[in-house]
Design a protein around this ligand. Sequence first.
Ligand SMILES: Cc1cc2nc3c(=O)[nH]c(=O)nc-3n(C[C@H](O)[C@H](O)[C@H](O)COP(=O)(O)O)c2cc1C
Length: 164
Amino acid sequence: MTSVDPNAFKAAAGSFATGVTIVTSKRDGQVYGMTVSAFASLSIDPMQIIVSLRGGALLNDMINDSKGFAVSILKEGQKEIAAYFAASGREPCADEFPGIPCEFGVSGAPIIGGSLAHFDCTLATTYDGGDHVIFVGNVDEAVAGDGEPLMYYKGSYRALNALG
Ligand SMILES: Cc1cc2nc3c(=O)[nH]c(=O)nc-3n(C[C@H](O)[C@H](O)[C@H](O)COP(=O)(O)O)c2cc1C
């Protein structure tokens, strides 16, 4: 067992500045999503990405059942969308999220309208990640647009500033 203080762990992990993604899935006409910073591109051949989701999250079951998910990378102006998808106690929605326009990927998962980029994926496999589950997706679609990313650092949303 580690003797590391959980708060020290969280402070160190939170010092890694990330972008902000919304991971979504659709099952039986119902959509759900979660704000996720634990995203990474994994492999080019095969083309794969990973996300790490808290064990027991509703989204996990939806991805396992539907075998598909999408990852939308948020733009600078989409802080409210990140906050919506980070709130707990939400229920899945019929067809669409209230007030959040979406397109739908090949997997059927919603893609957040106006996002900076997105991946639409078929579930490849999952790995046990302690109290999280690592989802590996085979990328069926990858699209990037223009704009600036929403960032997350030390518990706050941030904007990216170029160093020049
Ligand atoms: C900026 C940010 C990043 C987050 N990253 C993750 C993540 O990588 N994995 C995760 O499981 N939860 C992450 N969360 C927490 C989930 O968004 C939150 O627990 C979830 O949406 C609540 O819904 P649930 O009740 O279905 O779990 C993050 C939250 C925020 C605000």
